[in-house]
Structures are given as C-alpha cells and as structure tokens.
Design a protein around this ligand. Structure first.
Ligand code: SF4
Length: 477
C-alpha cells in the first residue's frame, strides 16, 4: 500500500478570476514551460507525491515544484501546502485535504507514459576556465535562454556547496549545475567492464533521485551536477584509445565489442556518473558525442538513460556508431525508487522512436534495454513479465536490440550515503539477506544469495529469449 496525500486547489487571496477551485466548475490554467505544457486541472486531481504535484486527469503532464519555481520565484512551500502566487495573474495554492491509502497497482494495470520534467537547476555556476571554452559559453547561453539564474565565478574552485546538514546539502546540490573544466586525470581513461572497454566523462552528478543510486559512495562531495566545458578536448583524447584493449579479464557472455562482430572495434561508455540525456537540454554534450562517433570507424559509443527527451537526437548523423540503451525496471521499483525520471512506458516510447527506421520517423539507432537493478520483490515474476511484455509491444518491429541484466547490490559505503540522502527509503539494504562478495582490493559488496541469483537469471534468460528471439543478452551480473 502506498500512502498518497491529496491536495485541493484553492483560490488564493489575490485571485482575480472566479471560476477557480470548485469541483463542479474546474479552473484550467496552462503554462508554457519550454515545449512542455504545465497544466492545472480540477480541484480534486492533484496528488503530492514527494516533490511532485501530479495532475491525475492529464496523466502525462505534471508540475515539478522546481519548474514552478523558475516561473514564480515567490513560491511558498510548507509541509502541508504549496502556494503559487501570481501564476499567469492568478494566485493559487494547494492545500492538504485528506490522506488516502492506495493499492499498489497490480501487474496487469496499464500505466500511461509520463515524461520526465526537464531539469531546471535553481542556479548554474560557471568557472572562468569553463567560459574560455566555446562549449562552456554555449551552455551558459542555453541556461540564460531558459531563464535559469547564472553566476560567473571569480575562481575555478567550487566552494560553499555544503549546508548545515546532509539533507540540505543534498537538496541544494541537486538543484545546482556547475560548468567546469574536467580534471586532467579524466583524460586518462579507465576500463568499465562489462558494459564497455573504456569510459569517458562529459559530466558527473545527476538530476534524478534514484534511491539506489550508483553514484552514492562513488563521487565525493555534495552531489551537484558538473558539466565539462572542455568537450572538444575530451572527444579528441579518445582517438588514442581506439586501438588499445584494457587490461582486464574478458567479461563472461557477449562483450559489447564482440557483439558488433568486429574484434578491431572498441567500445566507449559516455558518462556513467550522470544521466547524459537528463541534462542534454542544457549541455548538448550527448548530441556532440554522437556526432563525433558518427565520424569514427573503430570506436563506437554506448550511452544509457532513464529519461525520454530524445527528439533532438533522432536526426543526428550517428551512422550506427552509437547504441542507445534505456535503463528499465519493474513498475514497483521504478515508481517507488526512481524519482525525477521518466516512467518506464515513456522510456519505452523514447526507445521506440530511437530505433524506428528514419523512413518511419525514427532515429534508426541500435538500441538496448538495461534491466537494472533487478530486485526480487513480491510477485517479481508478474511485475517483470509486465515489463517485458510492454517492451515487446513497444519494439514490435525489426531492430538491433541487446539486453544487459544487472541485479541490485550495495556496499557498506553506498548504504551509508544512501541512508543519509534517503532516510525513509523502502529500499531493502539488509545485509543478512545477502551474500558477501569481495574484490581483490578487499572491498565488500552485498549481492543476492547464489540460489536466488540462479533462479532470477534462468527466468530472465528464458523470458527474454521467448519474446525477443533476435535480441542478444550481453551479460548478467
Ligand atoms: Fe543515479 Fe542513474 Fe538514478 Fe541518476 S539516473 S540518480 S545516476 S541511478
């Protein structure tokens, strides 16, 4: 059971329009937020779920508080209400009217696609070194155009990112974009088995709020989003790695390089420390990377996302050199734990657009589904069956499709950080239900017990092979 709090839309003191906030006489107020319409609908259709005001009639649109703030800086938020003064000449507020228990939707329930809100940081800060790069200046211009408050720093060091406590630091960091030059050490690439030969970074830090986030414990300091302005340098640097294979054990299963059928090719994963599509409307760095790899022969790009704003990528000259994967999960995991992302049906629609041939209006990209992190929740077979059925329905045409299957795991360090970021999380982090795995450096991680892993793996392989006879599974981990 999920607890949902219902809010009523009421007229504020300064309301100058009468037909507001009566169930029988609903008020509609539409705002334009870039290309997305934000919609206020009748009085009883709002649900405040974490930081999201959701319009339940127009299921595909919802109003993130942060996006509202860019339009109405006077927004007043308390535990029980959100006041939005003078939006479009009308003063409105949302007040708590009741609390209800809702059944967790059954696996049969059809969920409508719900796009991710475009991330609008509350401030974008730029170092002097970043602004020396044309790409840094382009990000600055995009932010200005979108009305995001920008700030040019006097020095290249980022300071003042820490607040009184971890929660406040986290909240402020997740609303901050810093545009910087990447540290020189980032030009020395590291391997990233099993997902690619090499990884490179165009940004790090992510606007989404996944409660199992892989970044917890991997990145130090407040989790702000850092976008790298020296993109041309980062891309030029990759050439020297095209002929080098990393010195790591060959991953079991199909490697991303081998699945291309060309042993002389080298795979590059872009930015596993962010979601590159989640910040693309501000940076343009993913499109630039795709264009770059479109000119390469041996090197090819892999990227993964939980967002869905792919329209700008469809016409890029990728030449089949980019495989775009979408990270998916069963509905209960995605709904409970993946805040700020597009829901899974919206991700599937995005993947469909990317994979459709250009003559059908698509991007003609090789694609992939990363099922991660796989969690054996109650009824897991039914929930993952629904996911795979929906994927098969969305990809009902011939396409170049691969799967990557990743089970949930955590380390003592990541658990620590996650519990500070999400103290009320329902994520299962109970070590006593896990097997311990140690790496050669003495590090520990907690994975599902061997027998359960075997059962999960056998189930996924069989169900995927049944639905996608041509879809290759690259690996299970
Ligand atoms: Fe973390 Fe990925 Fe979720 Fe971003 S999308 S919060 S990087 S798990």
């Amino acid at each position: 059971m999920n607890q949902m709090v219902r809010y009523a839309l009421i007229a504020g003191e300064k309301c100058r329009q009468t037909p507001v906030a009566r169930p029988q006489n609903p008020a509609f107020l539409a705002l334009q937020n870039q290309r997305r319409r934000l919609c206020f609908a009748p009085v009883d259709v709002f649900v405040l779920h974490r930081k999201t005001v959701q319009c339940r009639h127009a299921r595909q649109t919802f109003v993130p508080v942060r996006a509202l703030q860019t339009h109405a800086s006077m927004i007043h938020e308390t535990e029980n209400s959100i006041a939005v003064p003078h939006l479009g000449g009308v003063s409105l507020s949302l007040e708590r009217v009741n609390e209800e228990e809702h059944e967790t939707p059954s696996p049969q329930t059809v969920t409508a696609p719900k796009a991710a809100p475009l991330w609008m940081p509350q401030r974008a800060i730029f170092t002097p070194a970043a602004l020396e790069w044309e790409h840094g200046q382009a990000i600055f211009d995009r932010c200005e155009k979108l009305g995001i408050p920008t700030e040019k720093l006097k020095a290249n060091r980022l300071t003042g990112l820490t607040q009184e406590d971890v929660r406040k630091t986290y909240a402020a960091a997740k609303r901050t974009l810093a545009v910087v030059v990447s540290p020189p050490s980032y030009l020395k690439l590291s391997p990233i088995p099993p997902s690619a030969d090499w990884q490179f970074h165009v940004a790090e830090g992510c606007p989404a709020h996944c409660q199992y986030c892989y970044l917890a414990g991997s990145l130090s300091g407040p989790p702000i989003v850092r976008a790298f302005a020296n993109l041309p340098q980062i891309l030029e640097n990759l050439v020297q790695y095209e002929d080098i294979k990393p010195n790591v054990a060959k991953p079991r299963g199909n490697s991303p390089t081998a699945e291309r059928g060309r042993e002389d090719s080298t795979s590059f994963e872009v930015s596993c420390y962010t979601d590159p599509l989640g910040i693309e409307h501000l940076t343009g760095s993913l499109a630039e990377s795709i264009r770059y790899f479109g000119t390469r022969d041996k090197g090819f790009l892999r990227c993964v996302s939980k967002f869905d704003a792919v329209d700008e990528l469809l016409t890029l000259p990728h030449n089949g050199q980019t495989r775009f994967r979408s990270s998916m999960n069963a509905e209960p995991v995605s709904r409970r734990l993946e805040g700020g992302t597009a829901n899974v049906p919206a991700r599937l629609q995005a993947l469909r657009k990317l994979a459709l041939p250009p003559e059908r209006g698509g991007g003609g990209y090789p694609i992939g589904i990363v099922v991660a992190p796989i969690m054996p929740m109650d009824d897991w077979q039914a929930h993952y069956t629904k996911l795979l059925d929906e994927a098969a329905a969305a990809l009902d045409f011939e396409c170049d499709l691969i799967f990557e299957l990743i089970t949930h795991r955590f380390t003592p360090g990541s658990k620590d950080v996650l519990l500070q970021w999400y103290p009320n999380t329902s994520l299962d982090l109970d070590e006593s239900k896990r097997d311990v795995k140690r790496n050669k450096f003495g590090g520990t991680k907690y994975v599902y017990p061997r027998e359960l892993m075997k059962e999960l793996k056998a189930w996924f392989y069989q169900e995927i092979e049944t639905r996608f006879p041509d879809g290759k599974i690259l690996y299970w981990t």
